[in-house]
Write a protein that binds this ligand. Structure first.
Ligand code: SF4
Length: 360
């Protein structure tokens, strides 16, 4: 577990589950006599005290703990937390990229998942839109299933309840930033990417109306900084309608908000994409540069990354005032200490980047 006083990136999974749960509460999916109360905690910026949460649940009558957006490096910690809640007699469901990725890519075979299963943790694979009613009803009846597998049926995103977090939760990130996904799925096939195995390669997207509603409801609670968590917003098939709507809200209604996005290295080739990003309020873009060695990029099936285009992309972003932040992977088969030092010098000389973040 890595925890900060103020974390940087807000959890979109948490916001998505909160929005869906809020919809369940409004629709009274457990019956008119049962009120559903939701509490959201992000352990990257909040100390989790299972005994206090268990007491809150007991005092409220009944409840379930949902550990959401759990990535592979977080899964052992999530299982430790699950054990602490289960020791208090609280039911636990764990979902997120680790469960979904293991079910999708490894047929569910994983010792960490085995440990959770053996403890009686219920696992959720896939996306929960359209399925939370069932999970809540099962939890209320005390009959959670060992596995909810929604991997083969990825939901459409238009018109479904949108991601949302209360301002007091969002204010635990630096700048009070919040997040939403305007779409899921990416058409590319980078070999190291789990996203395409979990969210698929087809673009599923929210409507411009949905995105406008997200912006307005957050402005109403004083939040105006957003990360759009699409792993590749440039390949969201509805990008233009969304950006046009956001630009309209800024230009005509004078609404003030800032956006961070993530894009691929060929997005500058889509006519008007970068210009419309700037008009819509995009202030920073994260770019999966990954590497500048063509042999490494080919080995990673990242063929869409062309180093000759990197500079053009970065200059196009600079021209409209969008800050660039790139991810760079060290340790590809062709990397050596010498080649890495050489590549870094080339980057410093050739690429007008603001930030480069290395991962190995
Ligand atoms: S471009 Fe990004 S999101 Fe798409 S497959 Fe490659 S790493 Fe994954």
């Amino acid at each position: 577990m890595i925890q900060w006083f103020r974390s940087i990136i807000p959890s979109n999974s948490l916001a998505t589950l909160y929005g869906l749960a809020l919809d369940c509460a409004e629709r009274r999916v457990l019956g008119d006599e049962v009120e559903i109360v939701i509490h959201a905690y992000d352990e990257t910026n909040t100390r989790i005290r299972p005994d206090r949460i268990a007491k809150l649940i007991r005092d409220g009558g009944a409840g379930v703990v949902m550990l959401v957006g759990v990535q592979s490096n977080q899964f052992p910690r999530a299982t430790d937390l699950a054990r602490a809640f289960m020791d208090h007699g609280i039911q636990v469901v764990t979902g997120g990229f680790h469960v979904s990725g293991v079910i999708s890519m490894l047929d569910g075979i994983d010792p960490d998942l085995d440990r959770a299963r053996a403890m009686g943790v219920s696992l959720f694979a896939g996306e929960v839109e359209g399925r939370l009613d069932e999970v809540l009803r099962d939890a209320y009846a005390g009959r959670l299933k060992p596995l909810y597998d929604a991997m083969s049926d990825l939901p459409g995103l238009e018109g479904v309840p949108v991601p949302w977090l209360p301002a007091k939760v969002a204010h635990r990130t630096a700048n009070g930033m919040t997040s939403f996904d305007a779409g899921r799925g990416c058409p590319y096939q980078c070999s190291f990417c789990t996203i395409i195995n979990v969210q698929g390669r087809k673009s599923r997207h929210r409507s411009a109306d949905d995105v406008e509603a997200i912006i307005r409801s957050n402005l109403a609670q004083g939040l105006r900084d957003f990360t759009i968590t699409d792993d590749n917003f440039a390949r969201n098939r509805n990008w233009e309608a969304i950006l046009d709507r956001l630009a309209y809200l800024r230009r005509v209604e004078g609404l003030v908000f800032n956006l961070n996005i993530q894009v691929d290295t060929l997005c500058h080739k889509t006519p008007n994409f970068i210009e419309k990003c700037a008009l819509a309020g995009v202030k920073a873009a994260f770019i999966g540069l990954e590497n500048i060695n063509p042999a490494n990029l080919a080995a990673a099936k990242k063929r869409q990354n062309r180093i000759t285009e990197y500079r053009k992309l970065l200059l196009a972003m600079k021209n409209v005032g969008i800050m660039t932040y790139a991810g760079y992977i060290l340790g590809f088969p062709n990397d050596t200490e010498e080649s890495i030092l050489n590549d870094v010098e080339v980057i410093k000389r050739e690429l007008p980047l603001e930030f480069l973040e290395y991962s190995a």
